[in-house]
Design a protein around this ligand. Structure first.
Ligand code: URA
Length: 254
């Protein structure tokens, strides 16, 4: 099982590199990555993992993110703080930082999951097929990215996970301080939590089928969990519930 998982992880990493354009092996001599490396000398006294992570050489990424997010004043400052954050591996494989789109002064802020391929290429959230469906859903209740009934859009993760894989809990945890600061700075009246990852991050709960449509609270304001548009593309029958949730949002805004 362990071998199978490490095989799949190595394969995903390789596919990701190929997608990034690294389709040629370079180096004259073959390198045996499976060769046994000599055992390191045992340290005089082994340090507990926790204290190693949190010393100056290996700071705890969640703590670094918390401090950087708290120090950011204004949305441009926050974007710069995220761009300078080195704690998340996803940054190294992404083409662009995907920060936000729409009107930062909007009454409604949407928190999605993570950029996909189209978002990674363009640097804007929700521009692929799911994003186009999202625009149609918003349009149905008189909302859009600009104009009078405007919305503001961001994601829990600002960088695309390789092969669009599920964001990992540690990635969510280290980017959460930035998302929360993002909400505080934009200060919308209402949050829309698109899908499970968003609910996991902002409510600490999963299970979108039960959560959707139930008004909750996140970052000190009303938050409505909804089915993610990508899920609706795969399960068109669920559009019925999504429509009910849009009507609930419209009623709140009225
Ligand atoms: N799905 C998301 O959750 N966010 C995007 O930006 C695109 C697809």
């Amino acid at each position: 099982m362990e071998n199978w998982e490490s095989y799949m992880a190595a394969r995903a990493a390789l596919e990701w590199q190929i997608e990034l354009g690294a389709d040629e092996a370079i180096g004259d001599a073959p390198v045996d990555r499976y060769a046994k490396t000599p055992e390191p000398e045992p340290a005089a006294e082994a340090e507990p993992v926790q204290s190693v992570r949190q010393n100056d050489a290996h700071p705890d990424p969640v703590e670094v993110a918390r401090r950087a997010a708290a120090a950011a004043n204004g949305l441009e400052g926050l974007r710069a703080a995220i761009a300078a954050f080195e704690g998340c591996e996803l940054k190294r494989g992404a083409r662009n930082l995907v920060f936000s789109d729409g009107d930062p002064a909007a009454r409604v802020m949407i928190v999605g999951e993570a950029p996909g391929r189209d978002e990674d290429l363009s640097g804007r959230p929700f521009v692929g097929r799911a994003g186009q469906l999202l625009d149609r859903m918003l349009g149905a209740i008189g909302l859009d990215r600009e104009g009078t009934g405007s919305v503001y859009i961001t994601n829990v993760l600002p960088w695309r996970p390789p092969q669009n894989r599920e964001p990992r809990p540690d990635e969510i945890a280290m980017m959460l301080p930035f998302v929360e600061r993002h909400v505080t700075l934009a200060d919308p009246e209402i949050l829309i939590l698109m899908g499970n990852v968003s609910c996991q991050a902002m409510l600490g709960r999963k299970g979108i089928t039960r959560l959707r449509g139930q008004w909750s609270e996140a970052v000190g304001r009303p938050a409505l969990p909804m089915f993610h548009p990508a899920y609706l593309l795969r399960n068109p029958a669920a559009k019925r519930e999504a429509w009910a949730d849009l009507l609930s949002l419209r009623a709140r805004l009225a």
